[in-house]
Design a protein around this ligand. Sequence first.
Ligand code: 5AD
Ligand code: FES
Length: 349
Amino acid sequence: MDKKEIIELLQSTGREREILLKRAAEVKKQVVGNKVYFRGLVEFSNVCSKDCLYCGIRKSNKKVVRYNATDSEILDSCRFALENRFGSVVLQSGEVSSPVFVKRVDNLLKTIKKLSDGELGITLSCGEQSRETYARWFESGAHRYLLRIESSNPELYYKIHPKNKNHSFERRLESLRFLKETGYQVGTGVMVGLPFQTYDDLANDLLFFKEIDIDMCGMGPYIEHEGTPLYEFRGSLKTKAERFDLSLKMIACLRLLMPDINIAAATALQAIDPAGREKALAVGANVIMPNLTPCIYRKEYQLYEGKPCLDEDAELCRNCLEARIEISGNEIGYGEWGDSKHFANRTKK
Ligand code: 5AD
Ligand code: FES
């Protein structure tokens, strides 16, 4: 697929759109099968040193009460994941790179590995770090890392981030390179429907994923948050329904472009449509991240408005998920890591 074709697919409606979604579903089934893998998401701290212009937990949002879940709370969530045969957890936080933070994550990784007898796969999503930190965490048991590029167009990147040393596009690219060189399965992604974003940008994002040869991807709709600078541009956005639909088409196109990668059904989809994640699973996604963040912290981890599952406990989330996944014709890969086939293929070579 070239850029022109991708743009046509992203703009498709009616029958053409149906064909795109159907083909993506077929390719998914053929190449990665119809298993959906669970990653229990633990948002263990909302302390963040950055000020991304779209994000509800940005440093300058003084309305957010900052938290650090305790080790025992985090380990409880991991135990829950283990007992419920989730296979993997994702530890996510705001971006902090102090030695204390680096050490804390390191210890957590070792403890989780020990507690699960190596059974739980661990993905990290803790932002940009030094090459040494990435290596240290890898040694201690993390084997996948998520770091969204947010936009592969540097001009757009600087419209949605402050233009300073702390928010460098180059550094983000470099971080993705470090992660890959360290040996992680690398995941990235973008937000769909950002202010100033064009179809051309989105098509380039997909080609960028292909070019840097990612193993995993998470893409969801951009959702405006009142406590952020980008809120000012809410009048220029596509409707939420349009952003949702465009996210589905991005997922479908990516499945056609990179058939063997893992694609997550982003939680932001569910903030627009209650069955949003399942719809993504039906058109090419194969990973879902049930929220295992201790309930007392959830309302302080609102990256965007209308984030779902704020007051549901993890158990409830899991039950409703299970039923829906089975109805959507997929099967749950219980107790499996569900690693990216693409990673296996590219490292075999
Ligand atoms: N809308 C949608 N997604 C968001 N993220 C952050 N803020 C928003 C928002 N307002 C996404 C970013 C980040 C991921 C953890 O959450 O892409 O990488
Ligand atoms: Fe925390 Fe963007 S605001 S990393």
